[in-house]
Structure formats: structure tokens, C-alpha cells
Design a protein around this ligand. Structure first.
Ligand SMILES: [Zn+2]
Length: 99
């Protein structure tokens, strides 16, 4: 059975969620989560952790926000893509704007 991507119209031979090709699906997924409000919460939490501990770690954010490490990573990568934080995998997180 053949499908076409809902975004770009490319033929896809496999079924992905939302009927998108892999490229479009990855883009949508990235756009979709997390919300702007959630990202702001993350930034706030990171700012507090920086004040309290002098550094920001994924584990501490997960504990403080009561969420899983993968969702923290997702949020951080999103913030990183928007140049709001500096983050090297397995390193500490730096806020780019601490005002
Ligand atoms: Zn597509």
C-alpha cells in the first residue's frame, strides 16, 4: 500500500504517525514538544539551580520539575536550537542570558 506525506507529498512506503515522511515527521515532532510555556518553566528552573548549586544538571532539573530525563533532554535541545542555553552532551548546562 502506498501513502503520500501530508506535508511534502513525497511517496512513503511505510506508515508513520500523522502520515508524514520521516523528515517531516522529525520536524513536526521537534516543533510540537515542548510548548513555549514549558520551555519558560525550564529556563526558570535552570536559573534557580544555577543560583543554588552553581551549576545546572539534567538530573537536577528532572528532580525539580518532576519529569523524566528524556523530556528534560528534549527541552534542552529545543532551548539550544533557539540559542537560549549552551549544552554539550553529558556536560553542564549554561544559560546564555542570565539577566
Ligand atoms: Zn514529507
Amino acid at each position: 500500500m502506498n501513502h503520500t506525506c501530508n506535508k511534502c507529498g513525497k511517496n512513503i512506503t511505510y506508515g508513520t504517525k500523522y502520515h508524514l515522511c520521516r523528515e517531516c515527521y522529525e520536524k513536526e515532532k521537534f516543533k510540537e514538544i515542548p510548548s513555549k510555556e514549558t520551555l519558560q518553566e525550564y529556563l526558570k528552573t535552570m536559573y534557580i539551580l544555577k543560583k543554588q548549586n552553581g551549576n545546572i544538571r539534567v538530573t537536577d532539573i528532572a528532580n525539580k520539575m518532576n519529569c523524566s530525563k528524556p523530556s528534560v533532554n528534549k527541552a534542552i535541545n529545543n532551548l539550544k536550537a533557539n540559542s537560549l542555553v549552551n549544552y554539550e552532551t553529558y556536560g553542564t548546562i549554561e544559560l546564555t542570558d542570565e539577566r
